[in-house]
Design a protein around this ligand. Structure first.
Ligand SMILES: NC(=O)c1ccc[n+]([C@@H]2O[C@H](COP(=O)([O-])OP(=O)(O)OC[C@H]3O[C@@H](n4cnc5c(N)ncnc54)[C@H](O)[C@@H]3O)[C@@H](O)[C@H]2O)c1
Length: 253
């Protein structure tokens, strides 16, 4: 591929929240974007935002934890947009509970979406990156990877993604492929709004309480994360690989 050709990016969980902001940001950087989420119709808003701004995007429905759906989704991306060389593994779910109350199904759901989903997507996309001699993988970890009450499943998955990222960096580096993880702190999305509802707090009150614990004295917005992902997926970031960047308004780890 010549460097003037448009690169194709796949962003999972891009119907809303961090994934939607990332899809819009990567399109603004000149990428053609496959907006993937569970429900194709739910991707329409993100796709319309991109096309209204003059970008190229398609909506693709797929469950990232299902091997056949992932393969079909990437085949569609290749057919309709071209071979993908940028992948953002962002799709995610929460099933919070204290360990003694956590069901096996809550454990499996979270591990399947985050870890199995990122594995399946990366496996499906990497061959196109190897062919192109260029690739950028960004996995969404979390500050919860460092441990968080009520999130044994989620913290294990998000810590697992950090190990996965580092191994991808080691295995795929010689093909011009980098792999990095972005680990957000508190970001205002439907995910954190659902957590507020679960603990019986209004979202504004919940965000204000969270902000008191954050050095920059505010919670994050999806664009704060999209910005870090834009850096890692950039043409100039080819010597940055295997890193975990906490984007949390202050130091962590
Ligand atoms: N919001 C935060 O504070 C925060 C903090 C740290 C990490 N993260 C991570 O960032 C990512 C995005 O979070 P968000 O806050 O935007 O969440 P969100 O709940 O607003 O959006 C997640 C999206 O993923 C999609 N999704 C869920 N399961 C899927 C599956 N099996 N296949 C395809 N799509 C699926 C959902 O439909 C949804 O559109 C997640 O990986 C999350 O764990 C979020």
């Amino acid at each position: 591929m010549s460097t003037t050709e448009q690169r194709v990016a796949v962003v999972t969980g891009a119907a809303r929240g961090i994934g939607a902001a990332t899809a819009v940001r990567l399109a603004a950087e000149g990428r053609a974007v496959a907006v993937i989420d569970l429900d194709e119709a739910a991707c329409k808003d993100t796709v319309e935002k991109i096309t209204a701004a003059g970008g190229r995007a398609i909506a693709v429905g797929a469950d990232v934890s299902d091997e056949a759906q992932v393969e079909a989704a990437i085949a569609r991306v290749v057919e309709e947009l071209g071979a993908p060389t940028i992948l953002v593994n962002n799709a995610g779910v929460l099933r919070d509970n204290l360990l003694f109350k956590m069901s096996v199904s809550d454990w499996d759901t979270v591990l399947n979406v985050h870890l199995r989903g990122s594995f399946l997507m990366t496996k499906a996309v990497q061959k196109h990156m190897v062919d192109a001699g260029f690739g950028r993988v960004v996995n969404l970890s979390s500050s919860s990877a460092l441990g968080n009450r009520g999130q044994a499943n989620y913290s294990a998955a998000k810590a697992g993604l950090q190990g996965f990222t580092k191994t991808l960096a080691i295995e795929l580096g010689k093909f011009g492929i980098t792999a990095n993880a972005v680990a957000p702190g508190f970001i205002a999305t439907d995910m954190t709004a659902a957590t507020a509802a679960r603990v019986g707090m209004g979202f504004e009150e919940f965000k204000a309480a969270a902000a008191t614990q954050i050095p920059v004295a505010r919670v994050g917005e999806p664009d704060d994360i999209a910005n870090a992902i834009a850096f890692f997926t950039g043409e100039a970031a080819g010597f940055v690989s295997g890193q975990v960047l906490y984007v949390a308004g202050g130091p962590l780890d």
